[in-house]
Structure formats: C-alpha cells, structure tokens
Design a protein around this ligand. Structure first.
Ligand SMILES: *[C@@H]1O[C@H](CO)[C@@H](O)[C@H](O)[C@H]1NC(C)=O
Ligand SMILES: *[C@@H]1O[C@H](CO)[C@@H](O)[C@H](O)[C@H]1NC(C)=O
Ligand SMILES: *[C@@H]1O[C@H](CO)[C@@H](O)[C@H](O)[C@H]1NC(C)=O
Length: 296
C-alpha cells in the first residue's frame, strides 16, 4: 500500500487500492459515462447515448440542441480514456413536462439521467464526476441548484445530492459554494461537505456509497489533484424502503425558484425570465467498490 492509500484508509476507514498520482484503471467499473471524442450532440438524442436520450430537459428541446463541447482541458478522469467534457445550458425553454406532475413551471432543468440500472444504486459503489462553471454564462447563486442527485424509484426522495447556491427555503442571498447533502426528508437535512465553487477549475467529486449499510463518504479534489477523503463513512439513508428505494442518478442543472418551499417548488416561486446559464461536466463513471477499490 502506498503512503497515500495508507493515510486515507486510516482517516476514512476506506480500503483504497488505486492510489497513485495519475488515475488508474484498476477498479472494475459499474458504469462509464465518459464521452468519447467521436460523440456529437446528436449522439445524446440517439440510442447510442450513455444517458437517457429523452430526459430530463425542456418540453420542446432535444439533447442534440443542448449539448456543447467546450474548448477546455479535460478533467482528471477523462484524460486516461481520451474522453471529453460537455456543456449544458439553461434557458427559459428548460421547462420539463413531467409524466406525473405536468409542466414544472417553477423549475429549469437540464439533467443527464442514468436510469433503469439497479446495479448502480445498490451494493457498494463510488460515483465520480467533475464539474466546472462557465464564467461567461454564470449561474445565479441566489437560487438553489442541484448538480447531481440520487432520486428514489418512486421519485419521493433524494438519497443524497450535490447542490450550489442559496438554500431553497432560505433568503435569496448569493452563495457560490458547492455542498453535499444527505437524505431529503431528514430533519434537519445533513450537510456533509461544503467548498467554494471557484470559477476556472474542475471540481472532482467521489461519492462512496455502501447501500447495504447506509453509509456515505465523500472524496474531493480540484483540477488534476488526486481525490482525498473529505468525509469519512457516515450514516445516511441511501437504500430507503420499497417503493422509495433504488432509483436513478441525475447529473446537470436543476434551478429551483426563490420564495418557495419543499412542498411547492415545482409550481410556485420566482424564476427570472431571459436566462442564459451554462455549466460543464465530465468524468462521469462509477467504481464497483465491493472490494474496497476507489479510483483516486
Ligand atoms: C412547447 O410547445 C407547445 C406548442 O407550441 C407550447 O404549447 C408549450 O407551452 C411549449 N412548452 C414550453 C415549456 O415552452
Ligand atoms: C438572480 O436571481 C434573483 C432571484 O430570482 C433575481 O432577483 C436577480 O435579478 C437575479 N440576478 C441576475 C444577475 O440575474
Ligand atoms: C429510510 O427511510 C425510510 C422512509 O423513507 C424508512 O422507512 C427506512 O426505515 C429508513 N432507513 C433507515 C436505515 O433509516
């Protein structure tokens, strides 16, 4: 074991077997959403998409119209597999027609969806993803944004989430921080980690999930630095109880309204008109961590 892996194991109680200065392909993967160089925006609307080709986007939009490929150095975990990052946008058109809820008039959503893959929401897994702001089309940090979340199969809970901006139910005061939160219905909701959402750098997250024991731990770094454990394994309800269990992962932008609350934010509250916001994602994949393997 390298000294780095040893320190991480002591600190986090995690068995880390892939510690090195450059990310290795040592861990078995349970999902790989890293985007090949040959992908086009149209790929994302097709059956070849690594994500759901239809959801979760504005009622009259297609992924082919949304996806961009920014001229940026790729994030850490795209480099070894020659993948490229992508850009997502939010406009007034990013209004989703939900099959069960109708038109979600108070939300703006552009979210890559990994669904119908129970293997990614059970066992012991580690999600990886990197994200970065677009300073030329900034988010409005007076709003709450979801950047990544695990939603239960019946859509009645989020088991964990990465958010940015103001609190949905707090004052609409700009807050350019990212945060990792726990189970949506905990009172109060747990905040596991927080860091400034600095412009012009890649933020790399690792979310280690032991679904059998309801434990979450968080790894984080910026740009090309190896991931470090910032939250050791901690209890969080990530397995739920049927039918509020399993479910799907979302990666992207969900902009919530101001002046709303947890019960009504799909349809009530304030969204400014004429928005043009963007955000970059890359390096989305999942380790099978059943043997303790976590890519750093
Ligand atoms: C989508 O287009 C239809 C038909 O023009 C329109 O009625 C509907 O309001 C549009 N939806 C959104 C979210 O803009
Ligand atoms: C940000 O959002 C708040 C609340 O919706 C709004 O009052 C403000 O005008 C927005 N700021 C910008 C720069 O768009
Ligand atoms: C998780 O939450 C569900 C309610 O949604 C509850 O029935 C279940 O017991 C909780 N699991 C744990 C381990 O607390």
């Amino acid at each position: 074991m390298s000294p780095l892996a040893f320190i991480l194991a002591l600190f986090g109680g995690l068995a880390v077997s892939a510690a090195s200065e450059s990310p290795t392909a040592d861990c078995k993967l349970s999902f790989d959403g890293r985007v090949p160089l040959s992908s086009t925006p149209e790929t994302f609307s097709s059956a070849q998409s690594l994500f759901n080709p239809k959801y979760v986007i504005g009622q009259n939009l297609t992924w082919a119209k949304i996806i961009e490929f920014p001229e940026l150095p790729p994030p850490r975990f795209d480099i070894p597999v020659l993948a490229k990052p992508l850009g997502l946008t939010l406009t007034d058109e990013s209004t989703f027609l939900s099959g069960s809820e109708g038109v979600e008039t108070a939300l703006r959503r552009t979210e890559l969806l990994v669904n119908n893959k129970d293997d990614t929401v059970s066992g012991h897994k580690t999600w990886h993803f990197s994200f970065r702001t677009d300073p030329s089309r900034p988010l409005n940090y007076s709003h709450e944004y979801l950047l990544a979340f695990h939603e239960a199969a019946d859509f009645q809970a989020d088991f964990w989430s990465v958010k940015a901006g103001a609190l949905l139910e707090g004052p609409a005061v700009p807050s350019q921080f990212l945060r990792v939160e726990g189970y949506k219905w905990d009172m109060p909701v747990k905040k596991f980690f927080e860091a400034p959402l600095v412009d012009g750098v890649w933020h790399n997250m690792g979310i280690n999930l032991d679904f059998n024991n309801n434990m979450i731990s968080v790894l984080y770094s910026t740009d090309d630095a190896p991931l470090e454990v910032v939250v050791p394994p901690t209890f969080n309800n990530i397995s739920g109880k049927a039918p509020t269990t399993l479910g799907e992962m979302h990666f992207g932008l969900q902009k919530r309204p101001t002046g709303a609350n947890l019960e009504n934010f799909l349809f009530e509250g304030y969204q400014e008109k004429g928005i043009n916001e963007a955000f970059f994602f890359g390096g989305i994949f999942q380790d099978d961590s059943s043997t303790g393997c976590v890519t750093l």
